[in-house]
Design a protein around this ligand. Structure first.
Ligand code: DC
Length: 335
């Protein structure tokens, strides 16, 4: 007899999500281990305390795994545990080596036996890549790294130091001594400059233009790219930016180029900035976006460009949810 371990996460605490997650997990365990209804001895589940709407064992029965004893238990609420996680142990009467199966967010529980997932999302300002990247990372329960925030923090550091961005040596002096840290708090990226949380400050509209300028310097990019690669080397993540698929992580298995028409992008930025209380005009934004696109895509080092092997996602007439669904379906196809 063998014992096969597995785990997955449900996107929501709803019977439909739990049914879907359990069915997917058990089907994969069955197929990967060559199990049949006859040789499964029993299936035991434990789930995190935030799953309250449905028993995984019941979902298993409904999915056709009804010929053996099934058992569900609830884990105590443990701080920091993976959200909506369902763990399973399948006992089976077979001689072969057990193949454990960890799916969705649960891949992070056992990175030693699951493949690391790195998703690169590139695209121009306002394309919807950041919204898509954040949602995707949340749903996959992996880290989200906003690389634009790092360039924004570099720009803010220059502003704080009174450095003129067209003065290369002044910028170099600031960047050489920059104390930039990216931390994660409750799944949210926190950008720390000199130990101070600048996550909000770097979103100011004028920082957008300055970030685009500072990011054109080779020495700035080298320093940031080194940090980005270090993060991707140690954990599964969704990384968004301008050069992730082409330069930072050219070997990423999942690459997307998210784009939309200039008008749609400008309207999104306008609505976002207005909602934040910034007094901006649509015409200024469209002009700035054009300027930024031009500078980001025409700069000499690592310009904004679609990688040859990236999937293009035009979000002009997509809702944010549709964009995420599309990206997820493309990732699933490859996994
Ligand atoms: O995505 P964003 O608007 O926060 O990015 C701010 C600027 O930083 C953008 O104009 C281009 C630059 N950037 C870059 O050059 N490379 C990245 N990987 C991310 C952003």
């Amino acid at each position: 007899m063998i014992a096969i371990r597995g785990a997955t996460t449900a996107e929501a605490d709803s019977p439909e999500e739990i049914r879907g997650a359990v069915k997917e997990l058990l089907t994969e365990i069955r197929d990967k281990n060559g199990l049949t209804a006859e040789n499964i001895v029993c299936i035991m589940f434990s789930s995190t305390a935030d799953i309250t709407s449905f028993y995984p064992a019941k979902a298993a029965r409904e999915a056709g795994f009804a010929g053996c004893p099934l058992f569900s238990s609830l884990e105590p609420p443990i701080a920091g545990s993976l959200k909506r996680c369902i763990r399973v142990m399948v006992l089976a009467e077979t001689e072969q080596k057990p193949v454990p199966v960890y799916l969705r967010g649960a891949v992070n529980l056992r990175r030693d036996i699951t493949k690391k997932l790195v998703v690169a999302l590139d695209g121009p300002a306002g394309s919807g890549k950041t919204t898509a990247a954040k949602t995707l990372a949340k749903e996959l329960n992996i880290l989200y790294l906003d690389t634009g925030a790092m360039y924004r923090a570099c720009a803010l550091a220059c502003v704080n130091a009174g450095a003129d961005l067209s003065d290369e040596s002044a910028v170099r002096a600031v960047i050489d001594g920059i104390d930039l840290k990216i931390e994660y708090c409750d799944g949210r990226q926190v950008t720390l400059l000199g130990g101070k949380d600048v996550s909000e400050e770097i979103r100011r509209p004028e920082i957008s233009q300055l970030a685009s300028k500072v990011s054109a310097y080779g020495f700035v990019r080298r320093k940031m790219v080194e940090m980005q690669r270090r993060i991707a080397a140690t954990m599964s993540c969704v990384m968004d930016g301008r050069d992730i698929g082409t330069n930072v992580l050219p070997n990423a298995e999942h690459k997307f180029y998210v784009t939309a028409s200039v008008e749609v992008r400008a309207k999104r930025r306008y609505d976002e900035d207005r909602a934040k209380g910034y007094n901006v005009s649509y015409n200024d934004i469209i002009r700035e976006i054009r300027e930024r696109d031009k500078r980001d895509s025409e700069r000499e080092i690592a310009p904004l460009k679609c990688a040859d092997d990236a999937v293009i996602v035009d979000t002009s007439s997509m809702t944010p949810e549709e964009a995420v669904e599309f990206i997820k379906s493309k990732i699933q196809e490859k996994i």
